[in-house]
Design a protein around this ligand. Structure first.
Ligand code: HEC
Length: 450
């Protein structure tokens, strides 16, 4: 009996299941790969996870955050789609962090530490060809969430094809995320290429009559028609909202530059017209003290016009009405394909009452493929979901976007459940918009210089 017990103990001691899980050997590799892009000194996450000393007090919090999948931030239902930037932790990594905490969150031998990842501070693609900034040194008030729009004139003297762009926060501690968009377009090469996003002047005037500007921010008028389901029938006025404006680049914690030259051969680029106005929409978060910010975007010019311009198709329904207290209000918008296109990326956007978002590709014969499902939308994380392989959307098919909104008192983020809510720029109003990156399936313009 005694010998048996000893033999068993010996076995346990050498079996890997009982070898201590340590920070240096087991946990640091996970953190370096999945966390420190945001959790390192100078970045906006609240603490660094680069070394044992700073990570140790957060051991339990890390376990909770990874077990609940609150961290790393990633909201796509893993059952649908494959994404290049999928941030989900492997189950085995979560188990390792749990085992580390259960074993006393030991440091282990520093010699086991992997090399620290290297980060390029500043422009990661080198000096840009043009830089546009927000036009002022903005004093960020010490408040939890500040959403601020800066509209400035771009300084481009002529329209340019752009192969990449990067937004650099002026103050990394203050800036949580940034959306950059073009808001006025001249007729440039992109306009000359016929797309199903082309709309006439009459549409703009009709749409404009339903909107008003309050304190510089646009909102739909109370008198505007109500259309929750823009996919039903002809969708009415909601389908007049164009597909042609929108966000061009984003800065998100941990995300790199926007590279449009997808194949690295100059065949894909994005057009920025001369003299356009641009908008920086900045979320300043978690400020304990007042800080100054001057955020910039750097543009990298393409050396030639591309065979395939990269288009951002915005799917918006701006005419919904979410009743006061409604816990699961459905709003839809469809996008009909009039030519074959490739879908590259999807970014859902709603405000505090956004609850979930679903994207289906509905084929001409009625078959449905789920492209992306975001079951728990979170306004704080404006994630872009980049498809691993572009999805071919055939002429005759359509994308159906379905959002639900929670305007009840059970929604902790809800600023006011007693009011019916409609479209507006203010965070306290709502939006139902999706930015998709698409590419013509076949090149439309002849290659220049071939
Ligand atoms: C994309 C950037 C990003 C990545 C990647 C990321 N975090 Fe975070 N994390 C944040 C930010 C920002 C906060 C603070 C705001 C918040 O809690 O949402 C945070 C907060 C936390 C917190 C505090 C949560 C709380 O409840 O107070 C923990 C713990 C944490 N992260 C752990 C991790 C771990 C572990 C990983 C990797 C497995 C990770 N994070 C990856 C950005 C990130």
């Amino acid at each position: 009996m005694r010998t048996f017990t000893l033999a068993l103990l010996g076995l346990l001691a050498t079996s890997s299941a009982f070898a201590a899980t340590t920070f240096s050997k087991d946990v640091a590799p996970i953190l370096y790969k999945n966390c420190v892009a945001c959790h390192r000194p100078g970045e906006m996450a609240p603490m660094s996870l680069l070394d044992y000393k700073s990570a140790r007090p957060w051991a339990k919090a890390m376990q909770t955050a990874v077990a609940s999948r609150k961290m790393p931030p990633w909201f796509a239902d893993p059952r649908y789609g494959h994404f290049q930037n999928d941030a989900r932790l492997k189950d085995s990594d979560i188990e390792t962090i749990k085992a580390w905490v259960a074993g006393g969150a030991l440091e282990g031998d520093r010699k086991d530490l992997p090399p620290q990842p290297k980060f390029v501070e500043g422009w990661s693609l080198g000096e840009p060809d043009a830089v546009i900034d927000i036009g002022e040194d903005f004093t960020v008030p010490a408040a939890r969430d500040v959403y601020k729009d800066f509209v400035v004139q771009s300084n481009l003297k002529e329209g340019r094809w752009v192969r990449a762009a990067q937004i650099l926060p002026g103050n990394r501690r203050a800036v949580h995320h940034v959306h950059f968009s073009l808001i006025e377009k001249e007729a440039g090469p992109e306009a000359a290429i016929k797309t199903d996003a082309t709309h006439g002047v009459g549409r703009r005037a009709l749409e404009a009559s339903h909107f008003e500007t309050v304190n510089g921010l646009s909102r739909v008028k109370d008198s505007a028609p109500v259309v929750d389901n823009a996919c039903a029938g002809d969708g009415g006025i909601a389908n007049l909202s164009g597909f042609d404006e929108g966000s061009m680049a984003t800065m998100l914690p941990g995300k790199g530059p926007d590279v449009y030259d997808l194949f690295g051969d100059g065949s894909v680029a994005k057009y920025v017209p001369a003299g356009s106005k641009v908008r920086f929409q900045i979320h300043y978060a978690n400020n304990k003290d007042s800080l100054t910010d001057r955020t910039r975007i750097g543009l990298y010019f393409a050396s030639r016009p591309p065979e395939r311009p990269l288009k951002r198709v915005d799917m918006r329904n701006r005419y919904f009405l979410i009743p006061a207290g409604a816990a699961n209000h459905e709003v839809k918008r469809c996008y009909q394909l009039e030519s074959d296109k490739l879908l590259l990326a999807i970014t859902p956007h709603a405000h505090y009452r956004g609850k979930d978002a679903l994207y289906e590709l509905v084929h001409a014969d009625g078959r449905r493929d789920v492209l992306l499902s975001v079951p728990n939308y979170d306004f704080n994380w404006q994630l872009q979901y980049k498809l691993k392989d572009p999805v071919l959307m055939e002429k005759g098919s359509h994308i159906e976007a379905t959002f639900h909104f929670d305007n009840s008192a059970n929604n902790r983020a809800n600023p006011d459940s007693s009011k019916a809510i409609r479209w507006g720029d203010r965070s306290e109003d709502e939006m139902m918009v999706t930015w998709t990156e698409t590419l013509d399936a076949k090149p439309q313009t002849a290659a220049v210089g071939n």
